[in-house]
Design a protein around this ligand. Sequence first.
Ligand code: PCA
Length: 322
Amino acid sequence: MNKFLMAAATATAMIAGTAQAEQWDMPMAYSASNFHSEHGVMFADKVREYTGGKIDITIHPGGSLFGGGDIKRAVQTGQAPIGERIMSAHANENPLYNWDNLPFLATTYADSAKLWDAAKETVNAAMSDINLVALYTCPWPGQGFYFKQEVNSSKDVQGIKLRSYNAATATVIESLGMTPVQVEAAELTQALATGVADGFISSGSTGYDRKVWEHMTHYYKVNAWLPRNYVMVNKGVWDGLDGDTQAGIQKAADEIGAACTAKSEELANWYFEQLEANGMSVVDAGPEFLAELKAIGDKMQADWLESVGEPGQAIMDAFKAN
Ligand code: PCA
């Protein structure tokens, strides 16, 4: 190490108050003002507190360090020790990760919690196989549709381009006769402004973050699923920590997972009010559109069970038994 680097390293260690402080960069995919990112900052604070300053996490929101689509690989390969991403974005590698994107399976916060309880062990085992440890998860509010026109059924929107954020949303869009275009939330405003997409699937949260009322006029509430973000750590990094440090980080993760979930629920309707206050029409999807979506949801659940096999059935059974 040259003397400048050494001086910088010493200064960093002194700021953290301990010679052993480990600096962790934590890429996150969504905007700094989003509740997921705000809870990431609170998580970092608690980790500093509960590890006695041993682990010093710096949050990089909005895909600023790694784009949303690159965060999981960055953590898997150790380019970043820790990061946050929407879990279902990984379903193209393993259909198991679609467990929280099956339309109309779990549509409330209570059911979303029950479903995560049922899926947790299987999902965590799959994560471990790919060198990841999931520390906490936090759901987005229920998902619906943004358009720049009134929509009563898919007949009104045949062939238009709709922004997707994972394989499941692409399937919903295609099944409705539209063309999916995958765009990260961080690039959504630009995609709508330049006509890359004519609408999108998301919660009120992302529409609010991206101020989409400048381009969109209608939001149709469906509340069909509550997809989860998760904070993951590289397994090698995790295994290299002593037991007390692991316990401190896990305590922070448990507290923040619960706080973030409560905040999501608290904000769900507030986001709709903000969309309305900015001139959008926010209504429940009409009966014809809803019936189409229910049929698509049934098929997606059946397809998921078929592709995941026995572990998928076990998750479904455990969820329904509770
Ligand atoms: N917002 C994220 C994922 C789900 C949501 O509500 C997005 O639109 O990318």
